[in-house]
Write a protein that binds this ligand. Structure first.
Ligand SMILES: *Cc1c(COP(=O)(O)O)cnc(C)c1O
Length: 398
């Protein structure tokens, strides 16, 4: 770092917005995991949600085919974007009964992470207020920070089923409010009633309601997650993000879409046209094909996830660990036993059981006292992790 004659730190290369970032808590755990692995311990990593089941085989075939289409080697053609948006609109109509104009109410994003971050840049002025769930997906607060906005956290408490108390913010004039149900990390879900209240809140305060629906299709036991856009008046206040990453098991393909209120979609498009050149055409067309014909693959994936979830739940029960009952997401949100701090507990599990989990505090102060386990690894790994959890549970069972 000190090469080239410049002392690192004397004149830092990175901008203040980067220096202001909080330390990344998972880094220490990753280091510990790597040490364990180097010492020959088979670490079961249940800390991240990175779908492992792979794309629908038909989508891989389609992608191969589109890769041979030279028209798609150029900057993404407008017709490919149009076809994708039409398929997204048809999906929204078929799945939720929501009618959208693909011309002005839908836009593709390079994964919803990108879309969310750029929407903050598009909507938040320096000093403007944004409401962000705590615990929550880190991108919300980070992107508001990059835009120079002020973050106010809305705590998600178990006593309120991990839904924010919107009445507590009724006197505010936030520029936007992030919601994410089914929720990462708590796994909680939101119903139509809550969404109706959120839309009302948007109409009252002028806030743009940004709903991150990344887990809307990752549901179990017959539960179907609603869309905020189903609520009357939602098109005036809400933008919803849909991701292919979890639904179709393609996080590496980087594709999703934003749908909803026109002025926000328009602002997002303007920011994006100045920063990126869109989703690759071949990915967009393969994604369109998935929207139109991969329901069977989703059902199959959900069957596998359900089996893993059942295994993990039973193991936690045997280890005397309480978890939040939910019909959705790739996670179990569990209580840290014995009054330990979540980071200490994560360290203990890694050290004594070779099991890596995500400490709740890594998702914000509101996550303290909890930890998150993910079901994106094979059943054998989950079974082995469960066994070892049970073995070390004498450390907290009294
Ligand atoms: C995984 C996840 C996403 C998906 O991000 P992509 O950029 O679409 O891969 C979005 N929001 C939350 C809360 C997530 O957990």
């Amino acid at each position: 770092m000190a090469e080239g004659g410049l002392e690192r730190g004397a004149r830092p290369v990175e901008a203040g917005r980067l220096r202001a970032l909080p330390p990344y808590l998972f880094e220490e755990l990753a280091r510990l995991r790597d040490e364990k692995a180097a010492a020959g311990v088979q670490v079961a990593d249940l800390s991240i949600g990175d779908p492992d089941l792979g794309a629908p085989p038909a989508a891989v075939e389609a992608l191969r085919k589109y890769a041979g289409d030279k028209r798609l080697h150029r900057y993404t053609p407008a017709w490919a974007v149009e076809e994708f948006k039409r398929a997204a609109a048809a999906y929204m109509r078929g799945r939720y009964g929501v009618d959208l104009d693909p011309g002005v109410e839908i836009t593709p994003v390079i994964g919803t992470k990108e879309g969310i971050a750029n929407l903050s840049l598009a909507l938040v002025d320096p000093g403007a207020l944004a409401l962000v769930p705590d615990p929550g997906y880190p991108v919300y607060a980070r992107s508001v920070g990059f835009a120079g906005g002020r973050v106010r956290f809305m705590s998600l408490d178990q006593s309120r089923d991990f839904l924010p108390d919107l009445d507590a913010f009724a006197g505010e004039r936030p520029r936007l409010m992030f919601l994410n149900y089914p929720n990462n990390p708590t796994s909680a879900v939101a119903g139509r009633r809550f969404y109706a209240r959120a839309v009302e809140f948007g109409l009252e305060t002028g806030a743009c309601i940004v709903s991150d629906a990344a887990y809307n299709e990752i549901t179990f036991d017959g539960y179907a997650s609603p869309s905020i856009l189903q609520v009357e008046g939602a098109m005036e206040v809400a933008v919803e993000f849909h991701s292919f990453s979890k639904t179709y098991g393609v996080p590496g393909w980087r594709v999703g879409f934003a749908a909803g209120r026109r002025d926000a979609i328009c602002a997002l498009k303007t920011i994006k046209s100045n920063i990126d050149s869109g989703v690759p055409g071949m990915i967009l067309l393969a994604a369109r094909d998935m929207l139109e014909g991969a329901a069977g693959h989703i059902a199959e994936s959900l069957g596998e996830y359900a089996a893993r979830r059942a295994l993990l739940r039973a193991a936690l029960d045997r280890a005397g660990i309480a978890w939040h009952e939910s019909p959705a997401t790739l996670y179990l949100w569990a209580r840290v036993p014995g009054g330990m701090k979540s980071m200490d507990f994560a360290r203990l599990l890694l050290d004594r059981a070779g099991v890596m989990v995500a400490p709740g505090v890594g998702f914000g102060a509101g996550g303290e006292g909890y930890f998150r386990l993910s079901i994106t690894c094979p059943r054998d790994d989950i079974a082995a992790a469960g066994q070892r959890l049970e073995e070390v549970s004498t450390a907290w069972k009294t």
